[in-house]
Design a protein around this ligand. Structure first.
Ligand SMILES: Nc1ncnc2c1ncn2[C@@H]1O[C@H](COP(=O)(O)OP(=O)(O)OP(=O)(O)O)[C@@H](O)[C@H]1O
Ligand SMILES: [Mg+2]
Length: 391
């Protein structure tokens, strides 16, 4: 440890000489100054740990010196060595100069030595405390940096997982219009191989293929926007009834839908528009209708009901079927991306997972009621006014 240093300040040379003699053998280096200014000069040159000063001195008094020392060198321990007559000034020094101790003149040598040594102990303790605090601060900074780095890593991992999830949902949603195009072209082929080509049927068929291709293009441009980090946040006024009508049109290519299913479409006249992304709304309807058609494939009664309503400041879409229904134990799992009861190639299990993600993005909710062997109703509720910042 570096040798401690004590500076004594007194305008009386006799006092300084007496101090010099007394403290010669003490285990610290003593410095002496005859005035406040001399003390300040010395403080600027030397590293001083303790200052012991007289109070009544010409020009700069002890109190003024102590105040300056406290401001410039706050870690220095300050003491007063003064005559009894300076009682008021001592009190002042205690209050304003925040001194550690005062010693009255004439002093007792043993007591003086003891007090100065104690002051050095206090300085050492405070120094240790300062060093510990510094180490703690450094440690904290390091910790903060590590937490920051780790958070960044975790966010990157989470983002990657999110991208993966998003990618599989995109692929799934691309698949539906692709299937429609494929089915439409096969049907067109069939129509054209007939001797008496039914031009009306062919035109209708090609119209659906064209619309599906357009839908595909829309989804792809949505992905590109997302890739450019603008997310799927294209927002416009959406007439949900219009989207439902167009979507049901697509399904005309599905022979079960076209020839076997009895359709009830009841769209509310006073449905307000919602603000959002039409591609997402389209995909919600598309997935729910496709599931309903699939569920009725082997049902004796095939009835599809699509309704829209305005209920409690929310647009409600209800899609019901008279299909095979969902077993009670499966109800909790249907929104999981891993859950499908369909054979490989027919279903991926991603449909309802992506529907749920999209509905959530609209601060909406989706509910299901189902009875095994009787049918299923999905109810999607999308609030007309949504919290700012949502899709
Ligand atoms: N309307 C419905 N009637 C009966 N079961 C349904 C209905 N909708 C969904 N399900 C059940 O929920 C499962 C998950 O549906 P989801 O749409 O997520 O995937 P999928 O239809 O199996 O596959 P994909 O959507 O890729 O075609 C279905 O396999 C089916 O068992
Ligand atoms: Mg599905």
């Amino acid at each position: 440890m570096e040798t401690r240093t004590v500076l004594f300040v007194d305008d009386d040379q006799e006092t300084l000489n007496a101090l010099k003699r007394t403290l010669r053998t003490e285990p610290y280096t003593s410095f002496f100054a005859k005035s406040g200014q001399e003390a300040l000069d010395l403080l600027a040159r030397e590293r001083i740990h303790i200052v012991v000063t007289d109070l009544s001195m010409p020009e700069m008094g002890g109190l003024a010196l102590l105040i300056q020392v406290e401001q410039k060198y706050p870690e220095i321990i300050r003491l007063v060595l003064s005559a009894h007559g300076d009682r008021d000034s001592i009190l002042d020094a205690i209050n304003k100069g925040s001194i550690y101790r005062y010693i009255l003149k004439p002093w007792d040598n043993t007591e003086l030595k003891l007090i100065v040594r104690k002051a050095i102990d206090v300085f050492n303790l405070q120094q240790q405390r300062r060093n510990l605090l510094k180490k703690l601060e450094e440690h904290n900074r390091l910790l903060e940096k590590r937490v920051e780095e780790r958070t960044k890593q975790l966010l990157a991992v989470e983002r990657e997982a999110e991208i993966g999830k998003y990618a599989s949902q995109i692929v799934h949603n691309l698949n539906n219009p692709l299937q429609a195009i494929h089915g439409g072209l096969e049907l067109a082929d069939m129509i054209m191989s007939d001797e008496n080509i039914d031009l009306k049927d062919l035109r209708e068929c090609l119209h659906v293929v064209k619309s599906s291709a357009f839908g595909l293009k829309e989804i792809i441009s949505g992905i590109l926007i997302h890739a450019r980090n603008k997310a799927l946040h294209r927002s416009e006024q959406i007439d949900i009834n219009e989207i439902i009508k167009r979507e049901l049109d697509f399904f005309r290519l599905n022979p079960i839908y076209k020839y076997q299913i009895e359709k009830h479409v009841d769209l509310s006249d006073n449905l307000p528009c919602i603000v959002g992304n039409p591609i997402q709304i389209k995909q919600i309807i598309d997935n729910l209708v496709k599931n309903a058609i699939d569920a009725m494939e082997h049902s004796p009664e095939k009835r599809l009901t699509v309704e829209t309503r305005l209920e409690d400041k929310a647009v409600v879409i209800r899609i019901s079927d008279t299909g095979e229904g969902i077993a009670e134990e499966d109800l909790a799992r249907i929104y999981s991306p891993d859950f499908t009861t369909k054979p490989i190639g027919k279903g991926t299990g991603l449909g309802l997972a992506s529907v749920k993600t999209m509905v959530d993005a609209y601060s909406g909710d989706i509910q299901v009621e189902s009875r095994k062997g009787e049918g299923t109703t999905f109810t999607v509720r999308i609030p007309i006014e949504r919290p700012i910042g949502r899709t």
